[in-house]
Design a binder for this molecule. Structure first.
Ligand SMILES: CC(C)(COP(=O)(O)OP(=O)(O)OC[C@H]1O[C@@H](n2cnc3c(N)ncnc32)[C@H](O)[C@@H]1OP(=O)(O)O)[C@@H](O)C(=O)NCCC(=O)NCCS
Length: 202
């Protein structure tokens, strides 16, 4: 089932307010898994202050998170956004909420400053690739980023040489516009301070 306007389960998508940034940071740190790089506490705080860290809340509890922050990968000299940190509680998956959270975050941040958006997805992460490519409209470039054994040790699934490899994806302008149009079509305002959404029960 996809999110709709009339359903029993009420959720809110909202930029992380300063008062809950520690809880949001804890959510991020405790759900890193094999496919996500940690954001440092200082960087996390900067992203929160810039209103680029977005969560899904259910009855005041954080159940999903992602960010759209200045891209730190420095693939070239072009200034870009980096979409990342996406995690949704398992019980809420498969109903379009990951797409909705991502769309709201990307639309809100890029409307304010429309720079190209990049995504980096671990090569062994089909859920991440599926969501970014099939639902959000990212395209896979011919670039990859590779972390060596000394980069972010203790994080990410590694190959036998101790390296982690991610696909580099970019979001074409037309796809970005489509995300914004899709939100409008279902009556959601990404610029609102908090976006109420509801999920039909499965
Ligand atoms: C990725 C994640 C946020 C998806 O959330 P979600 O609410 O289930 O996603 P949606 O329902 O909006 O979209 C589902 C799409 O994502 C892809 N997808 C989701 N789970 C998948 C899986 N296990 N295998 C393959 N594709 C998957 C599919 O393309 C799917 O589209 P479909 O329903 O048309 O098949 C969630 O699985 C998650 O939190 N995973 C752990 C963290 C993670 O991998 N984050 C991504 C880092 S890049």
């Amino acid at each position: 089932m996809k999110p709709s306007a009339r359903t029993p389960e009420a959720l809110v998508i909202t930029p992380v307010p300063n008062v809950t940034r520690n809880t949001a940071f804890e959510f991020h740190r405790s759900h890193l898994g094999e496919f996500m790089l940690p954001v440092t506490s200082t960087a996390f705080q900067q992203i929160v202050e810039a209103r680029q860290m977005v969560v899904v809340e259910r009855q005041g509890e954080i159940v999903g998170l992602c960010y759209v922050k200045p891209d730190g990968k420095e693939l070239d000299t072009v200034s870009r956004w980096e979409f990342g940190g996406l995690h949704l509680s398992p019980a809420l998956r498969g109903r379009g909420l990951g797409t909705l959270l991502s769309s709201v975050a990307i639309t809100a941040v890029t409307r304010a400053d429309p720079k190209p958006v990049m995504g980096y997805v671990h090569q062994d992460n089909p859920a991440g690739m599926g969501l970014l490519v099939h639902r959000l409209g990212f395209v896979v470039t011919d670039q990859k980023v590779r972390l060596g054994p000394d980069d972010a040790p203790g994080h990410l699934r590694r190959d036998s040489a101790g390296c982690a490899t991610a696909h580099v994806l970019r979001l074409p302008d037309a796809a970005r516009a489509r995300l914004s149009d899709d939100l409008e079509r279902i009556g959601l305002d990404a610029d609102s301070p908090s976006v109420p959404v509801t999920l039909r029960s499965e």
